[in-house]
Design a protein around this ligand. Structure first.
Ligand SMILES: NC(=O)c1ccc[n+]([C@@H]2O[C@H](COP(=O)([O-])OP(=O)(O)OC[C@H]3O[C@@H](n4cnc5c(N)ncnc54)[C@H](OP(=O)(O)O)[C@@H]3O)[C@@H](O)[C@H]2O)c1
Length: 330
C-alpha cells in the first residue's frame, strides 16, 4: 500500500485526494502546508490522518512511504531530493522539474537511494492515448499536427492587478509552456518521439516568461504546432492530419476526452474513460511499485526526460530563463 504524504493544499491536491479514492493500493495519509492551520483544515476536509507544517517531520513519519509534490514548479526539485533521500517513492506534478540538470540529479538521487520517482503525466496512461496510437497507422503518413491548449487564467487578473502569481514568475519556473504546453509535448513525445528540431515563439510578460506562444516541432515527414495561452481562450482541440485521414481529439492532451477518425466518414472511436485523468497514472504507479518493475519505471523516466529536453530547448529558443537555471544545486 502506498501511503502518501501530500505536499500542498491547492486545487491539484484536492484532485489528487479524490483520485486516490479510485486507486487500489494508494491512500492519502498525511498532508503538508507551510501553514499548520491550512494543513489541519485540508486534513479535516478530506479525512487525512496527519497534518504537518514541518517537512522533515513528515518525512520521518513511519506511516508514510510515498510523497506527492503538488507545489509550484520550481519547488519540485528540492522537495523531491529530500523525499528520495528519505527513501520515499516520489510522485511529482508536471512539469517534472525546471530543467534537465535538475532532472538528472533527481533520477540519480532515486537510484542512489534505491527508490522510484514518477512524473504525474496523465496523457500517456489515458485509455484514449492508446486509441490514438492504435489508429495512427490508418492515416499515415502524418503531415501536420496542431494542438491548442488555451485557458484564460484567473491568475492573469491578479497579474493585471499588479501581483506576481507563481505561475507567471521566473522564480517559480512558470509560463504557458510549462503549465499548459507540457501536456501537448507529452502527447507528441508519446506518439512520435523526439523532434528533429524545434522553435518556440512566445508572447512575453515584463519578465522573460511566456503568457502565450507557439511551439513548432519538426519531424521527418511533418510539422507540429502547439499553441498555448493563459490570457485568451478557444475551443481546445488536437488535429492530426495524415494523407489518408485525420484524427480529431478534444479537448486537450491532459484529458483526451473524445477521439474521432475522419477517413471516408467521421467516426467517434473514443475509448470509455470513466475516471478523472490522474487515476490512470496513479494506478500505473501503484502497479510498477508493487511489482518493483524497475524497467517500466526507467521507461517512464526516459519519456519524462525527453519532454524535459523539449521544454528546455523551447525555452532557450524563446529566451525564457528561470532562476533555477542558475541555481547552485544541493
Ligand atoms: N492547479 C491545477 O489545476 C494544476 C493542474 C495540474 C497540475 N498542476 C501542477 O501542480 C503544481 C501546483 O500548482 P498550483 O497552481 O496548484 O500552485 P499554487 O496554487 O501556487 O500552490 C499550490 C500549493 O503550494 C503551496 N505553496 C505555494 N508557494 C509556496 C511557497 N513559496 N512555499 C511553500 N508552499 C508554497 C501553496 O501553499 P499556500 O496555500 O500556503 O499558498 C499551495 O498549498 C504545479 O506544478 C502545477 O503545474 C496544477
Amino acid at each position: 500500500m502506498l501511503k502518501v504524504g501530500l505536499l500542498g493544499t491547492g486545487n491539484i491536491s484536492e484532485l489528487f485526494v479524490q483520485a486516490t479514492k479510485h486507486v487500489d493500493g494508494m491512500e492519502a495519509t498525511a498532508v503538508f502546508n507551510r501553514d499548520q492551520h491550512k494543513a489541519n483544515v485540508f486534513a479535516d476536509q478530506h479525512r487525512i490522518k496527519f497534518a504537518y507544517n514541518d517537512y522533515n517531520a513528515m518525512l520521518n513519519d513511519p506511516h508514510i512511504n510515498c510523497i506527492y509534490i503538488g507545489l509550484p514548479n520550481s519547488m519540485h526539485f528540492d522537495y523531491a531530493i529530500k523525499a528520495l533521500k528519505a527513501g520515499k517513492v516520489t510522485i511529482v506534478e508536471k512539469p517534472f522539474v525546471s530543467n534537465l540538470t535538475e532532472f538528472d540529479e533527481v533520477v540519480k538521487t532515486a537510484e542512489e537511494n534505491d527508490t522510484m520517482i514518477f512524473e504525474m503525466t496523465r496523457t500517456m496512461e489515458l485509455p484514449n492515448f492508446k486509441t490514438i496510437k492504435d489508429n495512427l497507422e490508418l492515416i499515415l503518413p502524418v503531415r501536420l499536427v496542431t494542438i491548442n491548449f488555451s485557458q484564460y487564467s484567473r491568475r492573469y487578473n491578479d497579474l493585471l492587478a499588479g501581483k506576481m502569481p507563481n505561475v507567471f514568475s521566473e522564480e517559480f519556473s512558470g509560463g504557458a509552456l510549462m503549465d499548459l504546453g507540457v501536456y501537448g509535448v507529452h502527447l507528441m513525445i508519446g506518439l512520435f518521439g523526439k523532434p528533429r528540431g524545434l522553435m518556440y515563439v512566445a508572447n512575453h510578460l515584463s519578465n522573460s516568461v511566456d503568457i502565450s506562444g507557439t511551439l513548432i516541432m519538426k519531424y521527418k515527414s511533418f510539422i507540429a504546432s502547439l499553441a498555448q495561452s493563459k490570457n485568451s481562450k478557444c475551443d481546445n482541440r488536437i488535429t492530426i492530419q495524415g494523407e489518408r485521414g485525420t484524427i480529431y481529439v478534444t479537448p486537450t492532451a491532459s484529458i483526451l476526452g473524445k477521439v474521432e477518425l475522419d477517413m471516408a466518414d467521421r467516426t467517434d472511436i473514443s475509448a470509455i474513460q470513466e475516471h478523472e485523468s490522474m487515476v490512470y497514472t496513479l494506478a500505473k504507479v501503484v502497479g510498477v511499485v508493487e511489482r518493483n518493475d524497475t524497467a517500466m519505471a526507467k521507461l517512464m523516466l526516459a519519456h519524462s526526460r525527453d519532454v524535459m529536453e523539449v521544454l528546455e530547448k523551447a525555452r532557450k529558443s524563446a529566451g525564457i530563463t528561470f532562476l533555477a537555471d542558475n541555481k547552485k544545486k544541493l
